[in-house]
Design a protein around this ligand. Structure first.
Ligand code: C2E
Ligand code: MG
Ligand code: MG
Length: 262
């Protein structure tokens, strides 16, 4: 309880002092090996000698309080500002994907926050992808309305960690989801688990039939990459092709991606 309370106090302070940073992980076209977008991933640097603070440790704590609303707005603003500064440097990054927690979606005025951020940064709505989890779709009509409004404004919605939650086919059909991100837990088991291989092939086939884009998360080996390319997976994300990196390193990465992997 005490550790949690002090983590929460620390998070409050970190938000006030803007101590968070964002890293950006490349998302690569499965066909031609080019970078098509990046995912923004939050980091909270720790003091030297202190234990590393991973998102898996502090994001859930922020999500249990309203802190995630402020943190999420900071992430959105910072990611969009970064996107714009790349554009000013004549870099075509494709799209910026931002993780959004269900608590942010519940917040009245979330759509306005997103649209305001887009206006301020001069981004087109389709250049922003919002990653939501399956749990958000189970929330009921008010979130459905929020997602509907975002999609009506052409903001791209991606279903993150697909396969770990409800994975309901009716959600895929009834919600304005544009893309599906297959969770790393399935990719890790490729190619040695036949069941995982068939499952991933089926997810790719199903999402393609539903005219949705599919991204594989957590690709770490050449064998996984080859399997996914053969299965027709649209986009690839993982340490094999690019780790989360500082914004300043993305231009150099793109240079390499254009001439490197395909
Ligand atoms: P996620 O959205 O599914 O993000 C992908 C996670 O997988 C990231 O972990 C990324 O570093 C990691 N990853 C990518 N490729 C590989 C790989 O090849 N191998 C392995 N082992 N890992 C890989 P990270 O950055 O630690 O983030 C963990 C989770 O924290 C995210 O999962 C997301 O749910 C949450 N998160 C991160 N940033 C934010 C944020 O700004 N807002 C919110 N609400 N949640 C965030
Ligand atoms: Mg994500
Ligand atoms: Mg994920």
């Amino acid at each position: 309880m005490q550790a949690r309370a002090s983590l929460e106090t620390g998070l409050h302070r970190a938000l006030e002092r803007e101590e968070f940073t964002l890293l950006y992980q490349p998302i690569i076209d499965g066909g031609n090996g080019r970078m098509t977008g990046v995912e923004a991933l939050i980091r909270w640097p720790s003091d030297p000698g202190e234990e590393e603070r991973l998102p898996s440790a502090f994001v859930p704590v922020a999500e249990e309080s309203d802190l995630i609303v402020g943190v999420g707005e900071w992430v959105l603003r910072t990611a969009c500002r970064q996107f714009e500064s790349w554009r000013r440097a004549n870099l075509d990054i494709g799209y910026m994907s931002v993780n959004v927690s269900v608590r942010q979606l519940r917040q009245a005025g979330f759509v306005e926050v997103v649209l305001d951020t887009l206006r301020t940064s001069g981004m087109k709505p389709g250049e922003l992808h919002l990653e939501i989890t399956e749990g958000a779709l189970a929330e009921g009509p008010s979130i459905a309305q929020t997602l509907g409004e975002l999609a009506a404004h052409d903001v791209h919605l991606a279903l993150d960690d697909f396969g770990t939650g409800y994975s309901s086919l009716s959600y895929l059909r009834n919600f304005p989801i544009h893309s599906v991100k297959i969770d790393r837990s399935f990719i890790t088991e490729i190619p040695h688990s036949t069941a995982a291989c068939r499952l991933v092939e089926s997810i790719i086939a199903m999402t393609t039939v539903l005219e949705k884009h599919v991204v594989a998360e957590g690709v770490e080996t050449e064998a996984q990459l080859r399997f996914l390319q053969t299965a027709g997976c649209g986009s690839i994300q993982g340490f094999l092709l690019g780790r989360p990196m500082e914004g300043a390193d993305i231009p150099g990465f793109m240079q390499g991606a254009r001439t490197g992997h395909s």
